[in-house]
Design a protein around this ligand. Sequence first.
Ligand code: ADP
Ligand code: MG
Length: 158
Amino acid sequence: MKQLEYFLADEDATVAIGSGLATVLKNSVVQQALVVYLNGDLGAGKTTLTRGFVRGMGHTGNVKSPTYTIVEPYELANWRVFHFDLYRLADPEELEYMGIRDYFNDDCCCFIEWPEKGKGLLAKADLVITIAYQDEQRVINLQAESERGQQVITALAD
Ligand code: ADP
Ligand code: MG
């Protein structure tokens, strides 16, 4: 299976996809990095989905949008989760100063909003998620871009 598509009736449905991804990761036997690119217009639900994921991974506090900080780290039981929002990144080189390479380790999940702004400096995506407006609601497409991504969406569809 290479891709999945779902209709998202409301915010809860968007959160549920994120927490579904967390369940898949927590159930996986081997710990392996996951890199997720999040595409979609402003307000599509990229941060909402990431919140579902971070909470699903065991974070109990707030999940705020890293619009001004570029990255928000979450240190959880067995995993580190990094939520990036590159919307305000002026120059991709800023990512080099941040030590971007250190974020792509085997115990790390990276969810990246506006990945095109970091072109050339990010690890390749395992999953590319696109959320599109459908009137007041949304449609989500999850596309596997690696073997790892494929395993994840196959497990998510089960
Ligand atoms: P982004 O990070 O893509 O800019 P946010 O997640 O910050 O977007 O905001 C998404 C907004 O849309 C929130 O106000 C949320 O309540 C709403 N929303 C999220 N998913 C849905 C959905 N499936 N249907 C309708 N509204 C949604
Ligand atoms: Mg956002």
